[in-house]
Design a protein around this ligand. Structure first.
Ligand SMILES: Cc1ncc(COP(=O)(O)O)c(C=O)c1O
Length: 400
């Protein structure tokens, strides 16, 4: 039996979150109550009107293939929502709807990058960015950022990373895993640098609606209209409307890029699910009360999580501007006893937290940030408080 896999897979890193998840599930199967601080999706339901609309669409017989890049009504809803909520205008021919934002990013990788190309990615990064670049044979160029700089890449760092081989830069604001978001002047600083270098500017804005304390999200396209022929915005309903399982995301790009995405998508998934497209139309065109309530709740939880983490001896955490993650420095826990030895890295911290405090998290090294651990606060305040207490108790016990 032939058993050789394609060479391209040899460069793709297996996800460390999978090992963590497997361990957490093993514990849950034994009846252990695990605090789910590792999750990457809102714990809310989609708005009720979205579900109603989707049910009606099923009854109305929406069950056929659609145009590969999405139905016209959804594109119109995206155009309107982008104008209203992201502050820049686009046209239906600028839009490709895919099976989630991740799919759009993957199709972009297939359409744009090849061997010899470099793609600049600031760290900490969402795990899929470098892996998608590697899968298509291109080279991710990681730019390290620090907590002291708010996990933001500076214009000078970006300038230094650019080479004649740079094919694209991928920015994520607000960021997974750090929750950091670029303020207008900071984003402008990066775009000014990119104005002088002919490459694609991919901006993942999937968390743009989830920003706190009045922080104003800025879309690159809104503040640099002169670069719009090179900016590709990635967005979707997964996070804003708690619709991760519906799998609808989109790219906003110049028409020739949309044609390329159409070509790639047309040979793989064809259209995203017809019913999901209808649900996304309802989400984008309906009332935004649920989103406002979710944002308010997340802000309270963020405050509870950050204050809680900072109260655990050995953990320190910056207050993030958006998303639903707290990215904490856990190096203060190094040296605690763990499985007959000492904790010596963030993976040890994550596994120890799971075993000693029943807290599931994601270690930072998977995001390119050793020493840190990502805590999702897509959990009730009561669960956050209980998880923090469990961590404090575990630290106290470990210190004897
Ligand atoms: C930064 C970022 N981009 C994209 C995605 C993927 O979104 P979707 O579920 O729409 O594919 C995620 C999901 O975790 C994410 O964190």
């Amino acid at each position: 039996m032939p058993n050789k896999l394609a060479q391209r897979l040899s460069v793709v890193a297996p996800s460390i979150t999978l090992a963590m998840n497997a361990k957490a599930q093993e514990l849950r199967a034994q009846g252990v109550d695990v605090f789910a601080f590792g999750v990457g999706e809102p714990d809310f339901e989609p708005p009720a009107h979205v579900l109603e609309f989707a049910k009606k669409a099923i009854d109305a017989g929406v069950s056929k293939y659609t145009a590969v890049t999405g139905v016209p009504a959804l594109k119109k809803a995206i155009v309107d929502a982008t104008e209203k909520r992201r502050g820049f205008s686009c046209k239906p021919e600028n839009i490709c709807v895919g099976v989630g934002a991740k799919h759009v990013l993957f199709n972009l990788a297939v359409a744009l990058y090849e061997a010899g190309d470099e793609v600049i990615i600031p760290a900490p990064y969402w795990v899929s960015y470098p892996e998608q670049v590697r899968i298509v044979g291109a080279t991710p160029v990681i730019v390290e950022t620090t907590e002291e700089s708010g996990w933001k890449m500076s214009p000078a760092q970006l300038q230094n990373a650019l080479t004649p081989k740079t094919k694209a830069v991928i920015l994520c604001t607000p960021s997974n895993p750090t929750g950091t978001a670029y303020a207008e002047a900071e984003m402008k600083g990066l775009l000014d640098v990119l104005a002088g270098h002919d490459c694609w500017i991919i901006v993942d804005e999937i968390y743009a609606d989830l920003v706190y304390d009045g922080f104003k999200h800025v879309s690159a396209s809104a503040i640099a209209p002169q670069l719009r022929d090179r900016i590709i915005t990635v967005d979707g309903v997964s996070k804003s409307f708690a619709m991760t399982g519906w799998r609808i995301g989109w790219g906003i790009a110049p028409p020739h890029i949309i044609k390329a995405l159409d070509l790639v998508q047309g040979q793989s998934t064809t259209n995203p699910a017809a019913i999901s497209q209808q649900a996304a139309i309802a989400a984008l065109t309906g009332p935004l009360d649920d989103l406002a309530a979710m944002r308010e709740t997340f802000q309270k939880r963020r405050n509870a999580m950050v204050a809680g983490l900072n109260s655990v001896p050995g953990i320190r955490c910056r207050t993030p501007e958006g998303a639903f993650y707290a990215f904490a420095d856990c190096r203060g826990l190094y040296g605690l006893p763990y499985q007959g030895r000492k904790i010596e890295n963030d993976e040890d911290v994550a596994f120890w937290l799971l075993e000693a405090a029943r807290v599931a998290t994601v270690p930072g090294s998977g995001f390119g940030a050793k020493g840190y651990v990502r805590f999702s606060y897509a959990q009730s305040e009561a669960r956050i408080a209980a998880g923090i207490e469990a961590m404090k108790a575990a630290v106290a016990k470990a210190k004897g």
